[in-house]
Design a protein around this ligand. Structure first.
Ligand code: PMP
Length: 402
């Protein structure tokens, strides 16, 4: 009990620091090979372009860029995002359907607060994005899962679960899903499954929050259209982010949704932070207008493809045959399923002692399952670190299996 803890609200007291996060903090400032983070490779940041744009923006429109701005976002950026969304096949939208947020994290926070009441039936992938899960947990829903294996999400299971819940427990409400280059699994939902998910959403009257954080980072084959591009009813709330395609430090994301939902988000954001930093929005608008982001995408994709190839080749060489792993066609992560006898949370201490960090998979499961799984990041570590780190992990796994 801290000196001030009796003053904390009940909800705040229920926020727990994860034991894994605490453990991973020990790596800070040490020479550990980290497969744990989800950081972009800093060589992808167009620093000189951003510097030039910032100067231009401050010279030509300082009075707006340094001023308060509209809660829904700077008009120039919303307009650019309408055009940019068309690259993902999202057409037929207006500026009013686009809402700018402080990273897609803020979008997740606001949407889950707006949409989820305690006891609501919420469907998520098993595993799914850790921080989305943590926000959802604060809303105290009843979770239901759609299993994701190295082959991708099991949409049939989603269908069965929806049927069961609506028959026995009550109305399903929301699906949170990352169809493309999923975090953490690294898998991508095929087009037929995407169509099926939308049919199920209609049949069970579900709202869908689609997190497309890696949609622009598919480096093998075509990136399948997001659910939003196939959505004819306005049921899909789409989340995009500049974090992986420009810079996460600018903290910029966006929502594409039906006007009615956008209006609620606007009311909510007025209470959170009034608006997303104006200067950053003008920078992003200009980066889109000048084609800097669009032109940089092939470079980022090619770099991550090389790093992915490097990691998969290393895994192939060093992991024992009983281990399974995903073969991502985009994004930043490989997910691995080890034999059940290995608990990756327990193994992390040994691994860190040998100089390698990863995220144990159980953090990505709403029920803390998946104790034999792990997420391995390839976007941030250097190539030689990937090879050495995977070799160390491989020998540790082999020892644990003996
Ligand atoms: N969704 C997913 C699936 C992510 O992986 C991330 C970042 N790791 C986010 C949302 C949040 O990104 P940001 O807030 O930087 O836009």
């Amino acid at each position: 009990m801290g000196k001030w803890s009796s003053f904390f609200s009940t909800d705040t007291k229920s926020l727990k620091s994860s034991e894994i996060r605490d453990l991973l903090k020990l790596t800070e400032g040490k020479s550990v090979i980290s497969f744990a983070g989800g950081l972009p490779d800093p060589s992808t940041f167009p620093a000189e372009d951003i510097s030039r744009i910032t100067e231009d923006v401050l010279r030509s429109k300082a009075s707006s860029a340094l001023q308060y701005s509209a809660t829904a976002g700077v008009a120039e950026l919303r307009k650019e995002l309408v055009n940019f969304s068309a690259l993902r096949g999202i057409t037929g939208i207006r500026d009013d359907n686009v809402f700018v947020t402080v990273g897609s994290q803020e979008a997740l926070f606001m949407l889950f607060n707006i949409l989820v009441d305690p006891g609501d039936h919420v469907f998520v992938e098993r595993p799914t994005y850790l921080t989305a899960l943590n926000v959802l947990r604060t809303r105290k829903p009843i979770f239901h899962g759609m299993e994701v294996s190295e082959k991708g999400p099991n949409v049939l299971q989603l269908e069965e679960e929806l049927k069961k819940v609506s028959k026995e427990q009550g109305k399903p409400k929301l699906l949170y899903v990352i169809p493309t280059a999923q975090n953490p699994a690294g898998t991508t939902m095929n087009l037929d499954d995407r169509k099926r998910v939308l049919e199920l959403a209609t049949q069970y009257d579900l709202l869908v929050v689609e997190d497309d954080a890696y949609g622009f980072l598919v480096f093998e084959g075509e990136s399948p259209p997001p659910l939003k591009a196939l959505d004819k009813e306005g049921r899909v709330i789409y989340l995009g982010t500049f974090s992986k395609i420009l810079s996460p430090g600018l903290r910029l994301g966006w929502i594409v949704a039906d006007d009615e939902i956008i209006k609620e988000v606007e009311l909510f954001k007025q209470n959170v932070d009034l608006h997303t930093p104006s200067l950053n929005q003008y920078i992003a608008a200009e980066a889109l207008k000048r084609g800097i982001i669009q032109n940089n995408l092939p470079k980022i994709r090619s770099l991550y493809r090389q790093k992915r190839d490097y990691m998969l080749a290393s895994i192939e060489t060093h992991f024992p045959s009983q281990v399974k792993w995903s073969k991502p066609v985009g994004g930043m992560f490989v997910f691995s399923w080890l034999p059940d006898k290995i608990d990756t949370t327990k193994m992390l201490e040994d691994s860190m002692r040998r100089g390698v960090a990863y995220v144990p998979g159980s953090s990505f499961y709403y029920d803390y399952g998946g104790r034999n799984t792990m997420r391995i990041n390839y976007s941030f570590p250097r190539k030689e670190e990937i090879e050495r780190g995977i070799q160390i992990l491989g020998s540790l796994i082999k020892e644990k299996l003996q």
